[in-house]
Design a protein around this ligand. Structure first.
Ligand code: MN
Length: 250
């Protein structure tokens, strides 16, 4: 019962560790990077704890939405991802979740891993780039990088909101670090993300993103996606985004 033991002892982990394979996590919390080698057997994942209470982001994100979103939706992605990986060569070839997503191709055999592996990565990131009582603007190197890429924070914010509103149907809008270490905004359908380099139009490392599936906001905002996306900035955890940017830029 490796998974159960892990859940009991792990507690709240640093975000990077949450998306590592279980075996890598269980040994030692030595590295928050997502490229750590899998040493013993195929990839398998567990649902990370939230880094705050389910009511901590209210009123921006209400408690019921958090409970269902994390406890049902994210849990479902993890469960179905593990089932989809079982017995598949890619589960042993890939060394981490990030590596796995980068190997996916547009074929039927990869569809369940694409949906649920994307779902697991995206939600693990999402919980951690939010925090209670946030809402200040970015500072330091993140602010500099945003200014370089977009001119100023307000322009970045309006471009990001536009991407989130322009994503037709279910999906995500992202702030990413590109190959040239420049920041860029993109959006993806369903549970795709810019790490799926064989599958999406623009590839990079996502460091900030918003879930615009209706399950992320409908209880509180109903059909008003715009009000949800604008409110989301009140819980943006820029320290975490800055940390992820630094890691992505190496
Ligand atoms: Mn979601």
């Amino acid at each position: 019962m490796r998974k159960r033991e892990f859940l009991k002892t792990a507690g709240i982990l640093a975000v990077g560790s949450l998306i590592l394979p279980l075996s890598a996590c269980a040994d030692e919390q030595k590295n928050t990077a997502t490229e750590e080698n899998q040493e013993d057997g195929p990839l398998s994942f567990s649902l990370p704890d939230l880094p705050y209470a389910t009511n901590a982001l209210a009123p921006v994100i209400d408690q019921k939405t958090m409970e269902i979103h994390h406890g049902k939706h994210h849990a479902g992605y993890v469960r179905k991802l593990n089932a989809a990986l079982e017995g598949k060569p890619i589960a042993t070839e890939a060394k981490s979740l990030v590596d796995l997503l980068g190997r996916l191709e547009d074929k039927e055999a990869h569809l369940a891993v694409r949906r649920n592996g994307g779902g697991h990565f995206n939600h693990s990131l999402f919980w951690n780039i939010m925090k209670p009582n946030a809402g200040a603007a970015p500072t330091g190197k993140l602010a500099d990088a945003i200014n370089t890429a977009f001119g100023d924070f307000d322009t970045f914010k309006s471009n990001f909101i536009e991407a989130a509103l322009g994503r037709f149907g279910s999906g995500w809008a992202w702030l990413c670090v590109g190959d040239n270490n420049q920041l860029f905004i993109t959006d993806t359908p369903n549970q795709d993300n810019p790490l799926m380099k064989n599958l999406v139009k623009e590839t990079g490392t996502p460091i900030f993103g918003i879930d615009v599936w209706e399950h992320a906001y409908y209880l509180n905002y109903q059909n008003e996606r715009k009000r949800y996306v604008e409110s989301f900035f009140k819980v943006a955890n820029w320290e975490e985004v800055a940390k992820r940017m630094t890691e992505a830029m190496g």
